[in-house]
Ligand binder design. Sequence first.
Ligand code: HEC
Length: 271
Amino acid sequence: MTTTQHTTLRHPLRATALGLALAMGTIVPLSGCRGERSDNTPRQFFPDLDDQMKWKPQGKSEFFADGRTMRLPVPGTVAFGRTSQVSDQPWAETYMTQRAALLREDDAFFRGVDETGAYLARMPVAPSRAMIERGMERFDIYCSACHGYEGDAKGTVGARWSYPVANFHDPKYRDLAQNTGKDGYLFHVVRNGVIGGDGKQKMPGYAHALNEQDAWAVVAYLRALQNARLATLEDVPTTEREILQRQRASAGQTATTADATSHSATNGGAK
Ligand code: HEC
């Protein structure tokens, strides 16, 4: 037997035939399917992880009662930020600011209310010159169209708006005994707008354009506008008074001249 096998393999013709058969056996399955379409189930020698159950985020689910594959976060879940570590070290400042902005735990700053949910009489951030200037810039962009550059309801859009706009020099916007006079309420209005009793949006909210810091800046500027009307010369630091008096005198002169001109023009027109 051993000798027969020996001779079989050694026989040159047979060896070639076997070699060919082996080569075909390798080449045919490799090249046969390339680029060709087939409706047959592919042969899988090592199925491993080829077939898995898979759900796409927007897909339908047979499993959950609401039919959604994508699940909502558990109620009360809050965004977590990049680090769970709370640190007062200087290196962590960026992360801590980010964390505070995501958690929004500070009701005073983020919502303008105290622990009981009541509007704050005074803003939780100390106004600075830079903040008021920022507020002025934002106010001129977002509010002046309706409320006027001086907050006296003389904006060009405001004049044609479906609802009469508010005049910030109305005493109710200074009276701390009413919500309308409180910084927290003004902040709320800036962020959310005003919805009337009929459910109609009378004033649009600006939360999309003014973040909390900017909304407080606008409130600070609104206060500056109010104060500018009510202040007397005695409220101005002594060093500034003389400059102001000079400005006032020259402005007064121009006003008188302008009045005189318009008067004569009117008279001229009447004649
Ligand atoms: C498209 C016009 C429009 C713009 C722009 C606008 N408002 Fe108003 N705003 C109104 C109208 C209308 C009302 C009156 C709503 C009502 O009848 O209570 C109002 C009312 C208010 C009130 C008083 C709310 C009350 O309860 O009495 C405040 C404060 C106010 N706006 C602040 C702002 C500030 C600050 C901005 C800029 C961020 C702004 N508004 C931009 C239309 C506008």
